[in-house]
Design a protein around this ligand. Structure first.
Ligand SMILES: Cc1ncc(COP(=O)(O)O)c(C=O)c1O
Length: 416
């Protein structure tokens, strides 16, 4: 049976997308460590799917995705949100990257603008650009995208004679900042988007990964009952990215429109066999047991990183990163750094009030720790770095945080 050691042996270039050089502590990428990928669970899930569906698991899948999978996820969403959600609201995708691509193809024309967050998922923006679209950043504050700035952005774009195709945001356990948009802000934003007739795309990649037992606020899609919102979900962050499985939740008219594309009429749904395996894991309870297991492991990793950073950098544990978002006025005003741990997801966002980003990156590289530059994700008044705790073991995170803290405290405060 596969296990962490067998994973490690095959974790090499040519098989996986990224391999960290030997001896480097890897806090760069937003994906799970080999030992957190549930090979055993998935082997059983595929076995269960073949036992239940036989050859039908190997056919072209229904264009919108197999009904048993769509019913299983719709049921899960309806229970979690307390709102109406049925298979007719679900369209199966090959993950969120694929869903974004489909939305860009379905709801936008080359040259259109897509509103994105001031800081946001960089590869999502890259994908939109590849489709000929123009990402336009909207200012964030402690609670996420600012509705006033959102309105201003729409007005500016339209005054230039350009079209806003949709707006894309991650309201829950945001990448890279970790913040969660409170319900009141969600409602305000929905009201503005509705008034201005802008479609919201809610990327919920991390929403099931709450680490402190606090359920996040209702989704934008749930609050809006799917009107004017397309919600994207993926199993990349909770099960495994190699499955390439996710789904979008939308009004049935949107589901029909996406399903009418030739790629599905020709090839059927994305990852049909895998969707039936995951449906099996959802229905058997294996997925929920795995989530509980995974949350505990991510919590341990987050805490190892946050505790060592706090003691090394002297930054406090504030009320989420948002307190200092964009202004530098935060929970740690008497310090050069702010490093508030998130309540969920994969990332801890460190802001630096005295150091330039180039100095932080050079110092991290010099001590053998891979980090993600804040400027990859957007820009603001201060330098920032994203640290992922999803890929590295807790003891190594403690070591990495100690190395980073020491290197950053003595790093230059002038640009190289
Ligand atoms: C916010 C966000 N959306 C989407 C993705 C990609 O998801 P998928 O693997 O489902 O394409 C990521 C992965 O890093 C992400 O952080």
């Amino acid at each position: 049976m596969a296990g962490p050691l067998s994973h490690a042996r095959a974790w090499r270039p040519g098989v996986v997308q990224q391999v960290c050089p030997d001896g480097v502590l890897d806090l760069g990428p937003g994906y799970l460590a080999p030992g957190l990928l549930p090979a055993g669970l998935l082997a059983e899930a595929y076995h269960g799917a073949f036992a239940e569906f036989g050859a039908a698991a190997l056919a072209y899948g229904d264009d919108r995705g197999a009904e048993p999978f769509r019913a299983a996820v719709a049921d899960r969403v309806a229970r979690a949100e307390g709102s109406a959600c049925g298979p007719e609201h679900v369209f199966v995708t090959a993950g969120t990257s694929h869903a974004l691509y489909l939305l860009a193809r379905t709801f936008a024309e080359p040259g259109d603008v897509v509103l994105v967050e001031q800081y946001g998922y960089d590869l999502g923006r890259r994908l939109l650009r590849d489709c000929g679209l123009r990402p336009f950043p909207v200012a964030m504050d402690a609670h996420g995208v600012d509705p006033g700035a959102f309105e201003e952005a729409v007005t500016t774009v339209r005054a230039q004679g350009r079209r806003v195709a949709f707006a894309c945001l991650v309201p829950t356990f945001h990448n890279p900042t970790g913040l969660v948009m409170p319900e009141a802000r969600r409602r305000d934003l929905l009201a503005v988007a509705r008034r201005l007739d802008v479609l919201l795309v809610e990327d919920d990649a991390y929403a099931e990964l709450d680490l402190d037992g606090r359920t996040p606020p209702r989704s934008l899609a749930g609050l809006a009952e799917h009107q004017g919102v397309v919600r994207l979900r993926t199993f990349s962050k909770t099960l495994a990215p190699g499955l390439r499985l996710g789904y979008l939740l939308a009004d049935p008219s949107v589901v029909t429109r996406v399903a009418e594309q030739g790629v599905f009429v020709s090839g059927g749904s994305a990852n049909h066999t895998t969707s039936l395996a995951v449906a099996h894991a959802l229905r058997s309870g294996a997925y929920d047991r795995h989530l509980t297991w995974l949350r505990a492991r991510l919590r341990t990793r987050r805490d190892a990183l946050a505790t060592a950073l706090r003691s090394g950098l002297g930054c406090g544990l504030g009320p989420g990163m948002g307190a200092g978002m964009g202004s530098g006025v935060g929970s740690t005003v008497d310090n050069d750094f702010a490093c508030d741990p998130p309540e969920g997801g994969y990332f801890l966002w460190v802001r630096a009030f005295a150091h330039p980003e180039s100095a932080l990156l050079a110092a991290a590289e010099a001590v053998g720790v891979r980090v993600a530059a804040g400027s990859r994700f957007g820009s603001g008044p201060h330098a920032a770095v994203r640290l992922a705790y999803s890929f590295t073991e807790p003891d190594k995170l403690t070591v990495a945080a100690g190395l980073l803290a020491e290197a950053w405290r003595s790093a230059s405060t002038t640009p190289a």
